[in-house]
Write a protein that binds this ligand. Structure first.
Ligand code: NAD
Ligand code: GLY
Length: 391
């Protein structure tokens, strides 16, 4: 029997004083990559089928899906579609590469009527979005995410950026894609070690905003927690969470800060490891520590705290946490320094986005915001808790 294709469409209605009303469509469908030309033609702001459409991808994804996508695009945009490939990996997310990409676009004759397609993980998505924002003061672009992390998180919401010598994502803009096309079948080729980065963001979204997703994850058998069979069906619900939060707060002045749960401690550990520990591992460690802080501050209900620790521990058992991670947790001075330089923190100290129940975040920050002040002593105590946990 032929399987029926299911399609989820999630419109994100955006409104800001300087950019006016816009809609970003998130469309999720197995095999959507085959018909991308039609989909883009349907949603484009320009109905000019002679417009130039340039796909940016990386050296891994290009080999796997580049020609498939180009075939789909060429059906509609016959005269002027081309592909630019960057080297796979975080190092490509640089200002130098952004500038080189702009030069290549100019040589191809890309104009303000043209559009870019970001085909790949978060690196390609962030870099392409950044270039789409600055090239000729902004052109249209589409996200076609191919990692789990990019499908449930980075492709949605319009955060773009590049890394600098002084840190990750230090230069960036908000520039919304016209649409995000998610083809979950592309995950079939994703290396297993990349899955954990997406799983961490799925668990985060569940604790932040959706108890039902959390329950489904808890119900998954131990060995199924990282399997695509468990994870793929969750993609639309997790995208919906992000879409709802971004629609309320495009530029992270309010509830979008909740998406940083686990990231104050997580980023400090990631940065202390000079980015040799994966983002997903660090965010899982961060969620364990920050849940504990929320419980210590009497924000997080006892039962939900225990349930969150149980799920996070199960995840920890499935991923190897290296000796290196354990060692890093000994350097509390450096971790505190890094947490204080986190973007949520202020001159008056460390801030964290903390849960009060599974599915609801605390507004325990000053003036009822989502950034709860945490003393340096409490931060260090949470690192000690984490160390004991990993011993
Ligand atoms: P990535 O883009 O480096 O992709 C990971 C690896 O998987 C790469 O080697 C890539 O070539 C490969 N790959 C991608 N799709 C594949 C597929 N389907 N099959 C086989 N291989 C595939 O990493 P990522 O985890 O997707 O993204 C990380 C980046 O995302 C970071 O730079 C981070 O700062 C950024 N990010 C941005 C946001 C945002 O809101 N903009 C949110 C979270 C993370
Ligand atoms: N990844 C967090 C955000 O997009 O706000």
């Amino acid at each position: 029997m032929e399987a029926t294709r299911t399609r989820a469409e999630i419109p994100i209605h955006l409104e800001s004083t300087n950019k006016g009303r816009r809609t970003c469509e998130v469309i999720i469908e197995d095999g959507i990559l085959d018909n991308l030309g039609d989909e883009i033609a349907e949603l484009s702001s320009s109905k000019d089928l002679g417009r130039r459409v340039v796909t940016v991808t990386d050296s891994h994804v290009g080999k796997l899906y580049g020609s498939k996508l180009l075939t789909g695009i060429s059906k509609e945009f016959s005269s002027a579609s081309s592909t630019i490939e960057i080297k796979a990996g975080e190092k490509s997310k640089s200002l130098v590469n952004a500038s080189a990409l702009c030069d290549k676009l100019a040589k191809l004759g890309t104009d303000r009527n043209s559009a870019l397609i970001a085909l790949g993980g978060g690196v390609v998505g962030d870099l392409t979005g950044f270039v789409a924002c600055i090239y000729k003061r902004g052109i249209e672009y589409f996200q076609v995410p191919t990692t789990l992390l990019a499908q449930v998180d980075s492709s949605i919401g319009g955060k773009t950026g590049v890394d600098t010598e002084w840190g990750k994502n230090q230069l960036g803009t908000f520039h919304q894609p016209r649409a995000v096309f998610i083809d979950p079948t592309t995950l079939d080729t994703l290396p297993k070690k990349e899955t954990i980065n997406g799983v961490a963001e799925i668990v985060k979204s569940a604790i932040v905003a959706d108890r039902r997703i959390f329950d489904r994850l808890c119900d998954a058998q131990e060995s199924d927690l990282l399997s695509l069979e468990t994870l793929k069906p969750l993609i639309p619900s997790v995208c919906r969470i992000k879409a709802q939060i971004v629609a309320k707060d495009e530029t992270e002045v309010g509830p979008r800060a909740t998406l940083n749960f686990g990231h104050t401690v997580g980023h400090a550990i990631e940065s202390a490891s000079s980015y040799s520990l994966s983002h997903g591992r660090c965010v899982i460690l961060g969620m364990i520590a920050e849940s504990w802080v929320a419980w210590q501050l009497d924000l997080f209900e006892e039962r939900d705290f225990s349930r969150s620790q149980e799920l996070l521990e199960r995840l920890l058992n499935e991923i190897a946490v290296s000796q290196k991670a354990r060692q890093l947790l000994g350097n509390k001075k450096e971790l505190t320094r890094l947490a204080m330089s986190d973007k949520k923190s202020t001159t008056s100290g460390i801030r964290m986005s903390l849960p009060e129940r599974i599915g609801r975040m605390s507004v325990g920050g000053p003036d009822g915001n989502y950034k709860v002040p945490v003393s340096n002593e409490m931060f260090v105590a949470s690192i000690n808790y984490l160390r004991e946990h990993l011993a």
